[in-house]
Ligand binder design. Structure first.
Ligand code: MN
Ligand code: FE2
Length: 298
């Protein structure tokens, strides 16, 4: 018995749609190699830092590197769900997505080994809210797709992965970290690669916004699931920031890092994404495609 009823390429060709255009973009803009990053000056900078400064960089890197490893490990069920749904253009984009998460993992792993001298136990920096998101909620929501590819399960998975982990945590973390390192003229190799990482992440998030908007356009009731999941997880995203900064208590964190900068940016990213997906209600699929294009162009 045939499993495939036919193929897109032999029945009219690939569909021009936002994910396929994102795929084209990813091949062009995502072509950077973490192995090429020159960490020579970063190593010198590391040696010049005091213990508290080193500890701060280690704590943030431990959140980033495990986060990247988690999104590398946990994306596959979404790729499978999209493939089973025969959305080949979306799957083509997702091949670049997973590859990029692997490269981000490689980048931060290289930084820890080659710049920070392979420090041991970094999991002590994984504060309780971080553990809730990365050790429990993310893998559970993604793995659920293996047995439940319903619209509700897809929406919950994508909110967790694209909106909370990438759209709030990764964007906030990389933005604030990059800004304060650059302002202090530190870690030029890492700073240069963060530009690539942020650009990759913005495509991932654009796909997530597209996917969630598509789900809402297909069934407006999906919006309630999305809203509920975002509200459920946002306190943990904010918790990652407050719990990480709690250890500085009365002392100022180094590099001019400020809890408010992280928290404000996280809140504004959250509301931006929330509004974008809310706009998908009552829209057609063709309109979703256009909106997604406009959002990424802006
Ligand atoms: Mn990433
Ligand atoms: Fe990502």
């Amino acid at each position: 018995m045939a499993v495939h009823e036919g193929f897109r390429t032999t029945s009219g060709g690939l569909r021009d749609c936002f994910p396929l255009r994102l795929y084209t973009k990813a091949k062009r803009l995502g072509a950077w190699d973490p192995a090429d990053v020159d960490f020579t000056q970063d190593r010198r900078d590391w040696q010049s830092l005091d213990e508290i400064q080193q500890e701060t960089i280690l704590s943030l890197t431990s959140l980033f590197v495990a986060g990247e490893e988690a999104v590398t490990l946990d994306l596959l069920p979404l790729v499978l769900a999209i493939a089973r749904d025969r959305r080949v253009e979306e799957e083509m984009y997702l091949t670049t997505f997973l590859y990029e998460e692997a490269k981000h993992t490689e980048l931060f792993a290289r930084f820890l080994t080659e710049v920070a001298g392979s420090p041991g136990d970094l999991e002590r920096f994984h504060v309780p809210s971080y553990r809730t998101i990365f050790y429990e909620e993310l893998p559970a929501a993604m793995e659920r797709l293996l047995t439940d590819p319903s619209r509700t399960a897809l929406a919950r998975a994508s909110v967790t992965y694209n909106m909370i982990v990438e759209g709030v945590l990764a964007e906030t973390g990389y933005h604030s970290y990059h800004e304060s390192l650059a302002a202090n003229g530190l870690m030029p190799g890492l700073c240069a690669s963060l530009v690539h990482v942020k650009r990759d992440e913005s495509r991932h998030i654009a796909y997530g916004v597209y996917l969630l908007s598509r789900l809402v356009a297909e069934d407006p009731a999906t919006w309630e699931t999305i809203e509920e999941r975002m509200t459920e997880l946002f306190p943990y995203a904010l918790g990652v920031v407050t719990e990480t900064f709690a250890k500085y208590a009365s002392d100022e964190p180094p590099f001019g890092l400020k809890e408010e900068t992280f928290a404000d940016f996280a809140a504004s990213q959250f509301h931006k994404r929330y509004d974008r997906i809310a706009r998908a209600r009552g829209k057609t699929l063709a309109e979703i495609d256009t909106i997604a294009e406009e959002d990424t162009a802006a």
